[in-house]
Unconditional design. Structure first.
Length: 177
C-alpha cells in the first residue's frame, strides 16, 4: 500500500497554509511558481530533459495537470524537450536488484544515506547516482526510455516537431552521403 504523503514528506496543509513537520512554510502561488519554473528552464536557451525517479507515475501527471489548468502547457513544451524516469532505467540496467527505490539505490551504489523525499536532496543525489552509473556505454538501453513529450502522455510542441523533423532530414542526408 502507498504511504500517506504526511509520513513520506512531512507536509500537511491546514487552513490553506503549508506546514512541514508542523513548521509553517512560505509558499508561492501556483501560477507564479509555474511561470518561474518555465522561465528557469528557458534560461538554458535550448529545451532541457527533465529527470526524476518515478517521475512517470508521480511527478509528470501532477505537472501535466497543473500546467494544463494554468494554460501553460505550450510554453512548458517549448522549454522542456522531454522526461526521463530513472526508475525504469534502474530496472533496465540492474534487473537483478530486488529493490529499485531511490533510497535503496543510493545506499547500494553510493554507500550513503540522505534526506529522502526532500526535493532538493532527491535531485542532488539522483544526479550523483546517474553519474555513478556511467551510462555512456548503455545508451541503447536508456534512450528508448526517454519520453520526448515535455511531460509523459503529452504531445511535443509544433516548434519541437519542426526541429526534430529538420534534424531527422539532416541525419538522413548525412547517412545517404
Amino acid at each position: 500500500s502507498a504511504e500517506c504523503p504526511l509520513f513520506v514528506t512531512g507536509f500537511t496543509v491546514r487552513d490553506g497554509k503549508l506546514f512541514c513537520h508542523e513548521d509553517l512554510k512560505a509558499t508561492t502561488p501556483l501560477l507564479e511558481a509555474l511561470q518561474s519554473f518555465i522561465a528557469f528552464l528557458s534560461s538554458f536557451r535550448r529545451p532541457v530533459l527533465l529527470v526524476g525517479h518515478n517521475a512517470r507515475s508521480f511527478d509528470a501527471p501532477i505537472l501535466s495537470r497543473v500546467l494544463t489548468q494554468s494554460s501553460l502547457l505550450e510554453p512548458f513544451r517549448e522549454a522542456a524537450s522531454g522526461t526521463l524516469d530513472t526508475l525504469p532505467v534502474s530496472r533496465e540496467l540492474f534487473p537483478d536488484l530486488q529493490n529499485h527505490r531511490q533510497e535503496f539505490l543510493v545506499r547500494r551504489f553510493l554507500n550513503k544515506q540522505y534526506g529522502a523525499h526532500n526535493a532538493v536532496e532527491d535531485a542532488k543525489v539522483l544526479q550523483e547516482l546517474f553519474k555513478h552509473w556511467d551510462i555512456q556505454d548503455q545508451t541503447s538501453k536508456v534512450c528508448p526510455l526517454i519520453s520526448i513529450t515535455g511531460v509523459s502522455n503529452l504531445v511535443i510542441s509544433q516548434k519541437q516537431r519542426k526541429e526534430l523533423s529538420q534534424e531527422n532530414e539532416k541525419e538522413n542526408y548525412r547517412q545517404a552521403c
